[in-house]
Design a protein around this ligand. Structure first.
Ligand code: DQA
Length: 143
């Protein structure tokens, strides 16, 4: 079963929004690299991004029984959404939370995550390489 790579709001603007914080690479670059890493480990990668919370929640529900693990950068929903966190327990697969920036070195409101307590692991501040680490971690947990 594939590894599911989910990106939340505004991550479609990677490479354009605050490149000093999030880098110059685009979401396409992220997906290309993460797909290569996943395939090298024997997993296809399915990648999705949305700016709509309900759409994201529907995708997470549909992942139950259909994916082997989830890598998610929930963007700002990290800090706001109980609904997203509740959805993420539905598939009953390992989840790794990724933040490109070091959220703990930024504003106070980014220090709390609703998602972290239900994640297997959390990666922050490693730039887009964090997505690759997360894919590797999912594969390691499944092995
Ligand atoms: C982010 C950090 C969040 O605080 C922010 O709202 C984002 C991106 C990151 O990847 O560093 O949109 O999740």
């Amino acid at each position: 079963l594939p590894i599911l790579l989910l990106n939340g709001p505004n991550l479609n603007t990677l490479g354009v929004r605050q490149p000093d914080v999030y880098g110059a690479d685009t979401l396409d670059d992220v997906v290309t690299t993460a797909s290569r890493v996943a395939e090298g480990l024997g997993y296809p990668l399915t990648a999705r991004q949305t700016n709509h919370e309900g759409v994201m929640i529907d995708w997470i529900h549909e992942a139950r029984g259909a994916v082997s693990g989830i890598v998610i950068n929930p963007g700002a929903w990290t800090h706001t959404s109980v609904a997203l966190r509740d959805a993420l327990v539905v598939p009953e697969v390992p989840i790794v939370e990724v933040h490109i920036s070091n959220v703990f070195a930024r504003e106070e409101f980014r220090h709390h995550s609703y998602v972290s307590p239900i994640a297997s692991g959390v990666i922050a501040g490693c730039g887009i390489a964090g997505y690759d680490y997360a894919v590797r971690q999912i594969a390691a947990i499944l092995a």
